[in-house]
Design a binder for this molecule. Structure first.
Ligand code: SF4
Ligand code: SF4
Length: 130
């Protein structure tokens, strides 16, 4: 079984991904990770550092996001809502269900995502999923 390292907040971003992102390479990388996760051929290991999606992102420097402090707050909010911790292993189905149940469906996306630049797009899409 393959392992995908994932920052907790990417459990939300994946669900609202519509092919937009920071660069063409980022979008292609995101597509590949999503296909792999949905194929059920990979387990997720939660991480509080740059993950397998950040690898393709132009905002990554060394092992940090250029907005690391802001991103860590979003990650921590997700972990709190999910009752999980960095290092926990689970399937995409399990994580997707937690994201829907604990954040999206109960209207907590705004509080969790705080001032993410993509929030306006995600909030519209979340109202369709809730
Ligand atoms: S480096 Fe930062 S902006 Fe890029 S995907 Fe990772 S957390 Fe998101
Ligand atoms: S608002 Fe930002 S952090 Fe939240 S799901 Fe959308 S892209 Fe991800």
């Amino acid at each position: 079984m393959k392992e995908i390292f994932l920052r907790p907040h990417h459990s939300l971003c994946i669900q609202f991904f519509i092919g937009k992102g920071y660069s063409e390479e980022f979008v292609r990388g995101m597509d590949r990770i999503i296909i792999l996760l949905k194929s059920r051929k990979a387990d997720i290991i939660l991480t509080d550092r740059c993950d397998d999606i950040c690898r393709f992102c132009p905002n990554r420097t060394e092992n940090e996001c250029c907005s690391e402090k802001k991103v860590q707050l979003i990650d921590k909010a997700c972990l709190y809502e999910y009752g999980l911790a960095p290092g926990d292993r689970l399937t995409w189905s399990e994580l997707e269900e937690l994201a829907k149940e604990k954040i999206i469906s109960c209207g907590k996306l705004k509080a969790v995502c705080r001032d993410c630049q993509w929030y306006d797009i995600c909030s519209v899409l979340s109202s369709r999923k809730a």
